[in-house]
Design a protein around this ligand. Structure first.
Ligand SMILES: [Cu+2]
Length: 159
């Protein structure tokens, strides 16, 4: 009985998300909440784009192991490391979402690198992302394309 109520409650929250006028920028699973996502606009001939989002664990740990998007041919997960005072990007196998904690993909840190773009990312548009988690499986959402250099709601470091 309790289980069924919980199921109905979670279905209701999914319905809320789908009918939201905000392009489904948030996604919620049994264990994860994905919010604050955005991509940065690119110049016309750019080959590479970048997207950020925040993944919150509602209980269990999980790992973001990849993603796909129609916007590029080579989706990679990256981090930034400082090497002799120079910030460099490095591909990572996965991004850990700690139990009950947050994995923040944000300027200066972890990010989704969209290599070999199939289209220009135009400010005001959206990018469809399918995140792939070790436990939660595939989670789809659509993130807005903000201005070049956009920092998002809580960014405070340069890319
Ligand atoms: Cu990168």
């Amino acid at each position: 009985m309790f289980h069924r109520r919980a199921l109905i409650a979670s279905l209701a929250s999914i319905a809320l998300f789908v009918t939201s006028p905000a392009f489904g920028q948030q996604a919620v699973t049994e264990n994860l909440e994905i919010s604050g996502g955005f991509a940065r606009a690119t110049p016309p001939m750019a080959r590479v784009g970048i997207a950020y989002l925040t993944i919150t664990s509602l209980g269990e740990a999980d790992r973001l192991v990849g993603y796909s998007t129609p916007a590029c041919n080579r989706p990679e997960l990256h981090t930034h490391i400082e090497n002799d005072g120079v910030m460099q990007m490095r591909q990572v196998e996965a991004i850990e979402v700690p139990a009950g904690g947050v994995a923040a993909l944000k300027p200066g840190g972890f990010h989704m690198m969209m290599i070999d773009l199939t289209e220009q990312l135009v400010e005001g548009g959206t990018v469809a992302l399918t995140l792939v988690f070790e436990e939660a499986g595939e989670v789809g959402l659509e993130v807005p394309i903000l201005a070049m250099g956009a920092m998002g709601a809580m960014g405070d470091m340069a890319h």
